[in-house]
Design a protein. Sequence first.
Length: 331
Amino acid sequence: MSYVISMLMIIILGTIIGFIGLADAQLELGYYAQSCPKAEEIVQGFVHKHIPNAQSLAAPLLRMQFHDCFVRGCDGSVLLDVTAAGNNDTEKTANPNLTLRGFGFIDGVKSLLEAECPGVVSCADIIALVARDSIWTIGGPWWPVPTGRRDGSISNATEALQNIPPPFSNFSSLQTIFASKGLDLKDLVLLSGAHTIGVAHCPSFSERLYNFSGQGYGQDPSLDSEYAANLKQRKCTTPSDNTTIVEMDPGSFRTFDLSYYKLLLKRRGLFQSDAALTKSSTTLSYIKQLVNGPLDTFFDEFSQAMVKMGQVEVLTGSAGQIRKRCAFVNQ
């Protein structure tokens, strides 16, 4: 198994290395080689120690990077806490982030890095490295993470609401939001593939079951009726259920695989935003190509999309700061 993973890493690295060369020159592989040589080793060691005993945390840590990068770019702003000094409306307080988990995990990594190299490794880079290492640890794809991001000092709940694609997004809104981040339709399909792992809370999709607004239906007609009935009878039994969690990729939600895309073709995507991917001939074609291809192709292309997303609107050079604590701006 280790040999297969190693070979896959080599193939992915060879495919992506040219892509990285087109990236912002201030982000680079091994950015901390001189300033903190053990940085990536420390991150990987922490992840490999804890994720095998808490595999359900891998999905939230990956989701954290999505939510960070879509608001002010990949600058660690999603980590900032409400403070008594008036920063009382941070991204953490926005509805899309209320179910985020893993902040303590990031803080644990940051503490080790501060002990090794004080004031050197950014929280934004920690998010990116932890997301990659967590997915790889559970058997998912590996991708190179160029580093050198700096941390932002602004975190605003309203901006999170405006920029994080909600689960009830239609195709047009998804296309617009992704395009605003320099991401295309193929990136949209590939990054949505992260829904192959993890769970969701009922309010993120219950309107599809009980009150599909604006269409004159009680239930979303694009949702497979048998799947919908199962959700209503066994999971989200009432529209007001705020506590039940549901697997986004039923029967395979712990495995990074192609099952999510296969379910989309059966009209069993959990979110309206999942179903929206089948409404465009372009995105539907990408989905079918993935389903009919080998898993390695998905891993390779997902990796490329993650590298691309990880460089959205990054702060580098003298911009931003290196936070001493990820939840607070340096004073």
